[in-house]
Every structure is written in C-alpha cells, then in structure tokens.
Design a protein around this ligand. Structure first.
Ligand code: TYD
Length: 206
C-alpha cells in the first residue's frame, strides 16, 4: 500500500476535529488528495452503528459495545480506508483502534490485548503510519465540553475516573509504540499543535 494513514486520538474535547481539518487544508493546498473520515461512523453502515453505540437508551454490555465498534471498523477499513490508501491518497481519521483499547479496554475494563486483537482482526491488521495523540487532562477536557454546550453521548457522560483511565491508557499506548505516535499537549495554541503535526507528516511524505 502506498498512501499515508494518519489517525488522531485523544479524549473527548481534545481538539481532534479542529486539527484534522487544519491538516486536511494544508495537505490539499500542497496538492495531495485527502480522505477525512472518522470512527465510529465513516460509512452508511457505520452511521447506523454510531447511532446505537452513542445514543442507545438501554444498557449495552461492555463486550457488545466492543463488538459494535469493531463491526464499524471492519466495514470502514475494508470499504473506505484501504481503497483510498491503494489510490495513494492520505487518510486522516478521527479515532481508530487505540480508542477501542483506551475506552473499551481501560474505560470499560476489558482486556486491552484482546480488544486490540479484535480490532486488528476486524481491520485485517492495518495499523496507521502516524497516530497523533492530543493529550489533555480530564478537567480541561470536561470544561471544553461543558462550554460547547452540546448533548453528552453515552461515553462522554461517563464519570471523571473513567476519563482518567482512558487518558492514562492512551499515554501508555504511545509510550509502547513511540515510532507510530506523536504526543502533543492539547492545551497548547491550535496553530502550534498544527505546526507540530505538519512537521511530522511532511517527514513521512518526504
Ligand atoms: P467521537 O465522535 O470522536 O466523539 P468526540 O467528537 O466527542 O471525540 O467518538 C465518539 C465516542 O466514541 C467517543 O466518546 C469515544 C468513543 N469510542 C470508543 O469508545 N471506542 C472506539 O473504538 C471509538 C472509535 C470511539
């Protein structure tokens, strides 16, 4: 495969979408074809799964939740992401398998290795070339979400201890794979973060 696969990870409210949009603008301006997408929800099937997993009223067991994210991932990678990479395009994706390890593993307290293997099975082993972790402490993240004044989804509504475990899991994942990860302090100014991400992407495209 020839394209470049970049994923953005981090807690809710860490600024992933803002950075994804800035990176897309910069890459498009420099002549690359970009597919910007997200999990859950990058396909029609995924949009339906997203509705269940984020807004279902009834209780969803941790394993059922993990399988729903994995199902979304299998469909998304096979029908959208791999084809784009095969066309030599750049895929910028909001959340991927590290989110499952952090949220379903550390958050819901399932076995992190099993969750990672489930995702790798779903995605037929595809790993990103670069994963940007926007790291923000959970109080700052919560304050951003509160000020945005939007309706909390099922995961955002979890208690702060859940979000603390998720953050720690992301940091541990980054420490375990330093070559794949770029960790940025998400409390820094937006333009500085964007520039750090561009520098890394530029070196990967060179
Ligand atoms: P997202 O749409 O990225 O929400 P936000 O814009 O608030 O970051 O993701 C929706 C939620 O899904 C988010 O709370 C994290 C969660 N999630 C998981 O729990 N596991 C996963 O594998 C993925 C991809 C997301």
């Amino acid at each position: 495969m020839t394209g470049l696969f970049v994923t953005l990870e981090g807690g809710d409210g860490s600024g992933k979408s803002t950075q994804a949009a800035l990176l897309e603008d910069w890459l498009t301006a420099s002549g690359r074809t970009v597919v910007r997408t997200r999990e859950p929800g990058g396909t029609d099937f995924g949009t339906e799964v997203r509705e269940i997993v984020l807004h279902s009223r009834g209780h969803i067991t941790p394993r059922a939740e993990a399988l729903l994210y994995a199902a979304d991932r299998a469909q998304h990678i096979a029908t959208k992401v791999r084809p784009a990479l095969e066309r030599d395009e750049v895929v910028i994706q909001d959340r991927y398998l590290d989110s499952s390890v952090a949220y379903q593993g550390a958050g819901r307290v399932l076995d992190g290795v099993e969750i990672r293997n489930l995702s790798l099975w779903a995605a037929e082993g595809l790993l990103p070339d670069l994963t940007v972790l926007l790291d923000l402490d959970e109080d700052a993240a919560r304050a951003r979400l509160d000020s945005a004044n939007k309706r909390f989804d099922r995961l955002e509504a979890e208690k702060s201890d859940f979000h603390r475990r998720v953050r720690e899991a992301f940091l541990a994942l980054a420490a375990a794979e330093p070559a794949r990860f770029l960790v940025v302090d998400a409390s820094r100014p937006v333009a500085e973060i964007a520039s750090a991400i561009r520098t890394r992407v530029e070196s990967l495209l060179a």
